[in-house]
Ligand binder design. Structure first.
Ligand SMILES: [Zn+2]
Ligand SMILES: [Zn+2]
Length: 265
């Protein structure tokens, strides 16, 4: 019998700001967006500029889960073609206590003078909902945890068919939250972790809200995750730098995320 489909496709992996340079073409310059197929369900983790590379046809209406409202995680929403298709439903989950809060949070950016109109004024059936601690999208269980990041950021855990995917982007290690994260990510089949920096860079970057690949490996080992994908690459990190970092780690279960990369759980 075939295994149930639970697949992550990397659409955008750059952090902070999109970049279009030949030196960044292998890992990609689009900002945070990951496409998850789980059975019949389609979920996106973040809506950065990578969303413009996303499919637009689905068997069931897709959901977009936003970890937080920093621009690099929302850039793609305004130009995602599906939102303009009359009658087609897309749900966008935003960290907020309720529906009204979710809508007003998103409308702070997507409204004049920053953008021509609110996303809910598009021709499509766009529904904005709060990203709560625990809910389900069809057969997919979604759980969230508050991480450590300026202004906050949500860590997301998806469970489907006995497999677990954890997305911990925009996270700076501090010991209380790291301990919570170890419990939250326990036994993950695939762990995505913010490795924007490496250890040598960190002293100059404290308080920026990001982590290191080394911390990702420690988390992976302590929570018993099977595979680690380092995400949220710094715009200053070229392909050459990321390849060198990946080679230094030299583990078959640890990769730096590349745009277009596909991982089956
Ligand atoms: Zn970010
Ligand atoms: Zn952020």
């Amino acid at each position: 019998m075939n295994e149930p489909l639970f697949r992550l496709t990397v659409l955008g992996t750059r952090g902070s700001m999109a970049i279009c340079k030949k030196s960044h073409s292998l890992f990609g310059g689009d900002t945070s967006c990951y496409y998850v197929q789980a059975g019949e369900e389609s979920l996106f983790l973040d809506g950065g500029s990578g969303l413009l590379c996303a499919p637009t046809e689905f068997s069931r209406p897709p959901v977009i889960l936003l970890t937080h409202l920093h621009l690099d995680h929302l850039l793609g929403l305004g130009m995602y073609p599906r939102l303009s298709r009359r009658g087609e439903q897309t749900q966008i989950f935003v960290p907020a206590p309720d529906e009204e809060g979710a809508l007003s949070a998103l409308d702070r950016l997507y409204r004049p003078p920053y953008w021509p109109l609110s996303l809910t004024a598009y021709a499509g059936d766009v529904r904005v909902k709060p990203l709560l601690p625990s809910f389900s999208v069809g057969v997919v269980q979604v759980q969230t945890l508050e991480g450590n990041h300026p202004g906050g950021c949500t860590v997301i855990r998806l469970q489907y068919a006995g497999k677990t995917l954890v997305y911990a982007t925009d996270y700076e290690r501090d010991e209380p939250s790291f301990t919570s994260l170890i419990g939250f990510a326990k036994g993950a089949d695939l762990l995505l972790y913010d490795g924007q920096y490496v250890k040598e860079e960190l002293p100059a970057k404290r308080g920026f809200g990001h982590s290191t690949a080394e911390d990702g490996i420690e988390l992976m080992e302590r929570c018993g995750a099977k595979r680690l994908l380092i995400v949220h690459h710094d715009p200053g990190s070229t392909d050459e730098m990321l390849l060198e970092r990946e080679a230094r780690i030299h583990r078959p279960d640890v990769h730096y995320a590349r745009a277009g990369g596909v991982f089956d759980l």
